[in-house]
Ligand binder design. Structure first.
Ligand SMILES: [Zn+2]
Length: 114
């Protein structure tokens, strides 16, 4: 369970940005989370609720998670396909010469302040 560590690092980044911009209260935070990222959204939300209570500026901050679909690229036929459905094997040419194009992201997309 590394979600708590992830939450702490997000909070730290937001606190840094907030201090620079003289923000006193953060209203909402939007995170972009890749579909095959190792972070589990439900755990993340639970950790978030627990961790923000211990902060000053994020106490009331709501967490919104936007999931990014995972897409894999096939080097042989140059096509893209959904990773979760087909895994490492290209559904078009059955090659395994593929790599993850996106879906592993973890990005702080938006911070809403009051
Ligand atoms: Zn292919």
């Amino acid at each position: 369970m590394h979600e708590l560590g992830v939450v702490f690092s997000v909070i730290k980044q937001i606190e840094g940005v907030s201090a620079e911009n003289a923000v006193e209260k953060v209203h909402k935070v939007v995170l972009e989370l890749g579909e095959v990222s190792t972070v589990i959204p439900d755990y993340l939300t639970d950790c978030w609720k627990w961790a923000v209570k211990r902060t000053q500026i994020l106490q009331e901050a709501e967490l919104e998670i936007v999931q990014i679909p995972a897409v894999t690229f096939c080097e042989d036929c140059k096509k893209e396909y959904p990773t979760v459905e087909f895994g490492r094997t290209c559904p078009y040419c059955h090659s395994e010469n593929t790599y993850l194009l996106r879906g592993n992201e973890f990005i702080i997309k938006e911070i809403e302040v009051e």
